[in-house]
Design a protein around this ligand. Structure first.
Ligand code: CP
Length: 310
């Protein structure tokens, strides 16, 4: 059963929240999904709240989705991109954020290339922090919208078999998804070349499979991750072409499976590498549902965190 309030003041990672929190977020997101499908998509819930979206790393989906969620909730919104800021002149994270907070900001949504950046900030400032992705650590709202999308498509997350395929080593999406799906009672497998599956995976209680065909035959849902070329300091596989041959999902492979599995991808997609266009755009893909659900789930997270302020 869902709780009536979150057990946390910030959303730094899925590891800090429990099943009741996740169910409360989902029930609240169900209501907000109704709202954003109405002709008048805005509610006054966060009318007195100012939110800063601080992005030290590139983003399309997460940044736009948070901004839209905030505006749908009637919050005042300011946006900050490190690339066009005084960070390029050497200003520190704390100084940057304290300057933004001096403008009376209540909540900070932050993406940062370093793991633990949100945690660090939460120890130094009063504002509530939402982690929008920190290095290879966590991306909690992505995991929440992914699990919400599975629940919407399959009715429940508990008991479902989900395989996460690809670059697990560099993926904050993988870690947050594993924690979220397990808290909701799903079985989780990771699949990819041994070089892209960190040793600590076994300690998380996930299955490990290096054969994509076996993994796809096992699962109800396949979440196909992007190869994060920008985070790869050494070569983890011979070439993208070889990776695509071993771990890419194409229509022929999808059609060869005994059952109709659900295809997910957090984006951005490398079409023709981890997934072909005919799979990404097929009826089995819920990739754009994930994006749509991201707004409702982020509205729920912001609304519930703001409720903690009273
Ligand atoms: N899924 C995701 O985090 O995408 P962006 O990097 O575009 O925000």
């Amino acid at each position: 059963m869902a709780a009536d309030k979150l057990s946390t003041r910030h959303l730094l990672g899925i590891k800090d929240i429990n099943r009741e929190d996740i169910e409360l977020i989902f029930e609240t997101a169900d209501n907000f999904k109704d709202v954003i499908n109405r002709p008048i998509k805005r509610v006054p819930s966060l009318r007195d709240i100012t939110i800063a979206n601080i992005f030290f790393e590139n983003s399309t989906r997460t940044k736009l989705s948070f901004e839209l969620a905030e505006k749908r909730l009637s919050a005042d919104v300011i946006n900050f991109a490190a690339s066009s800021s005084s960070v390029s002149k050497g200003e520190t994270l704390i100084d940057t954020v304290n300057n933004i907070l001096a403008m009376k900001v209540d909540m900070v949504v932050m993406r940062h290339p370093y793991a633990g950046a949100g945690q660090f900030l939460s120890r130094h400032i009063e504002a509530q922090i939402v982690n929008a992705g920190d290095g290879a650590h966590e991306h909690p709202t992505q995991a929440l919208l992914d699990a919400f999308s599975i629940r919407e498509k399959l009715g429940d997350v508990a008991g479902k078999k989900v395989v996460i395929v690809g670059d697990i080593l560099h993926s904050r999406v993988a870690i947050s998804n594993i924690l979220c799906l397990q808290k909701l009672g799903a079985e989780v497998m990771v699949c990819g070349p041994a070089t892209l599956i960190p040793k600590h995976m076994a300690s998380l209680g996930v299955r490990i499979e290096h054969n994509l065909i076996k993994a796809l035959n096992w699962c109800d849902v396949a979440n196909m991750l992007r190869i994060q070329l920008e985070r790869q300091d050494i070569k983890y596989f011979p070439s993208l072409r070889e990776y695509a041959m071993m771990y890419g999902l194409d229509k022929q492979l999808l059609n060869s499976l005994d059952k109709e599995i659900v295809i997910m991808h957090p984006g951005p997609i490398n079409r023709g590498v981890e997934i072909t266009s005919d799979v990404a755009d097929s009826n089995q893909s819920i990739i754009l549902d994930q994006v749509e659900n991201g707004v409702a789930v982020r509205m729920a997270v912001l609304y519930l965190l703001a409720s903690q302020r009273d």
